[in-house]
Design a protein around this ligand. Structure first.
Ligand code: IMP
Length: 221
């Protein structure tokens, strides 16, 4: 587990309202639940206005992409904004797909084709034993304000890539990711609450929400 915070310079008091950059409904639903549980009504995340276009993720790192998305939205709306970027890093694939997790199987990638390519690549490299299928999800969550100040948090989840997909819940690579902090089920076999409790995104956004709640209360200056 890791969670790392850089202090915000925001000194506002009262309820903090931020625009959420993600347009992925799977992620938005997860993030809103996690932040509501962590910060209650001190922080409100509102969806991205439909007229603001999607930002292309051209950064070389998760941090670059999170900042790019948050800054673009902040500039477009004049409001504080929150963005995140997540990658799956597989040791036997030298850290791939990493920052390219969404497009691993090409420009028309779907969750299913990405999972199929991941399993194929591991098989191709002879990484069949669980000990050769170590991986982690990493999330960088970043809030920025129109004055240029930022708050950054990270979360990670270690685990193993399963031999094949199991479970219907979650999204993305969840059906093939078996977290170390579990009982052998994949993330797609867990309830949303079970996943949030251990997940990379849960950890990053709980850390971010704690920082935002402090910021909203005027404790970070
Ligand atoms: P994003 O850039 O944060 O949207 O994430 C990139 C890709 O990583 C997504 O398209 C998913 O395929 C995958 N991904 C992100 N978060 C998760 C997760 O919590 N579980 C499984 N896959 C995920």
């Amino acid at each position: 587990m890791s969670a790392h915070l850089q202090p915000a310079t925001d000194g506002a008091s009262g309820r903090l309202r931020l625009v959420l950059a993600s347009a992925n409904p799977d992620k938005v639903a997860e993030i809103q639940v996690i932040v509501a549980e962590a910060a209650g009504d001190r922080v409100e995340l509102v969806p991205r206005p439909s007229q603001v276009p999607d930002v292309e993720e051209t950064g070389a790192t998760l941090h670059d992409n999170a900042r790019l998305k948050a800054l673009t939205l902040c500039q477009a709306t004049g409001l504080p904004a929150v963005a995140d970027d997540t990658g799956l890093e597989v040791d036997a694939l030298d850290g791939a797909p990493g920052v390219y997790s969404a497009r691993f199987s090409g420009p028309d990638a779907t969750y299913t084709t990405n999972v199929a390519k991941l399993l194929d690549e591991l098989q191709r490299r002879g990484a069949l034993d669980p000990s050769r299928r170590r991986a982690r999800f990493r999330t960088v969550a970043l809030a920025c304000w129109p004055d240029g100040s930022e708050l950054v948090a990270e979360g990670a989840l270690d685990g193993t890539i399963a031999a094949g997909p199991r479970g219907q819940a979650g999204f993305g690579y969840d059906p093939v990711f078996i977290p170390d902090e579990g009982d052998g089920r994949t993330l797609a076999q867990m309830s949303a609450q079970e996943k949030h409790a251990v997940s990379h995104r849960g950890r990053a956004f709980r850390a971010l929400a704690a920082g935002l709640a402090s910021s909203a209360a005027g404790r970070l200056r």
